[in-house]
Design a protein around this ligand. Structure first.
Ligand code: NAD
Length: 292
């Protein structure tokens, strides 16, 4: 396939490289200067998408996605797929899908989980929203860039799944970290805490697969000075999107709201910017009940 790829950052670059290495003809564009083996770089977004069978976007947010979509849609071949893999607000995903459909394109919102490691290894999970025809067209590309793709429903359903998943993840990470900090103060050995919880009803992905305590459980960012991994800044972004969606849909999400506020303080006021989201554990370690 001839593929246009817009947004060649931490995630987009390895995803585009995997498509090129699988034999697709990939033309990329990024506002930053990028070079990528086997991917030709176009001078403009419009040039990158001209004649493409599918265009993939991997951009920072919904506002930028809307602007890029406004630039490229008129230059795309009718019948081509427009696959947005960025994490954006549900409203932007739906607005872009509407614009693309009106131009005769097949839009899919397909945010990912798996992070930079998954993007590099080609093991991402895609959560997709769009028509059956659009999903079928995108599926072979998902199979190269990832190991699983779930068709969640119509336009916006992929973003909805992503932010609900990450709201659970953020809340669970906080719960796991505060429990470790409590266990410390109760004199409980961290390894024993892991041995019990990871095989009891408190188990979770954050405990079992991504344990926030260094030297305990499988290798995780905690064993690497809390370098991301999945950055606290990105968790803050996703929790913000979840609460934006909850407000628009009139959903009561008190734990998501509390997690948003904790990650906001952590990133903006407590040195969490640039740290992995599991660095909530050293944050709790330093605090007392009256820390405020
Ligand atoms: P990034 O900042 O590394 O990459 C974004 C790229 O978009 C940058 O290279 C930037 O120069 C480019 N860009 C910005 N405006 C542009 C424009 N108008 N035209 C063309 N290119 C433009 O971010 P990332 O970590 O690659 O994340 C991309 C998306 O994936 C985000 O929506 C993020 O929330 C999501 N995501 C990231 C991770 C992760 O672990 N990094 C995991 C899951 C999802």
């Amino acid at each position: 396939m001839k593929i246009g790829f817009i947004g060649l950052g931490n995630m987009g670059a390895p995803m585009a490289a995997n498509l090129a290495n699988a034999g697709h003809q990939v033309t990329g564009f990024d506002t930053a200067a990028v070079t990528l083996e086997n991917v030709s770089i176009a001078a403009t977004a419009a040039q990158a998408v001209a004649g493409a069978d599918a265009v993939i976007t991997m951009l920072p947010n919904g506002q930028i996605l809307r602007a890029v979509a406004g630039d490229i849609i008129a230059h795309m071949r009718p019948g081509a797929a427009l696959i947005d893999c960025s994490t954006v607000d549900v409203e932007s995903a739906r607005a872009v899908a509407e614009m693309a459909s009106a131009a005769g394109l097949l839009p899919v919102d397909a945010p990912v989980s798996g992070g930079v490691g998954g993007a590099t290894a080609g093991t991402l999970t895609f959560m997709a929203g769009g028509s059956d025809a659009a999903f079928e067209m995108a599926k072979p590309l998902f199979d190269i860039m990832g190991q699983k793709a779930v068709h969640c429903g119509d336009a916006g359903a992929g973003q909805a799944a992503k932010i609900c998943n990450n709201m659970i993840l953020g809340v669970t990470m906080i719960a796991t970290c505060e429990a470790f900090a409590l266990a410390d103060k109760l004199g409980l050995d961290r390894q024993k805490m892991f041995d019990v919880v990871s095989t009891s009803s408190g188990y979770s992905w954050t405990m079992n697969a991504y344990c926030p305590a260094p030297g305990v459980g499988p290798q995780s960012p905690a064993d690497n000075g809390y370098k991301p991994g999945f950055a606290a800044d990105l968790m803050l972004k996703d929790l913000g999107l979840s609460q934006q969606a909850a407000a628009a849909a009139d959903a009561d999400t008190p734990m998501g709201q509390a997690a948003l506020e904790l990650y906001r303080r952590f990133v903006e006021e407590e040195g969490g910017r640039g740290m992995d989201f599991s660095a909530m554990l050293p944050r709790f370690e330093k605090r007392t009940r009256n820390s405020g």
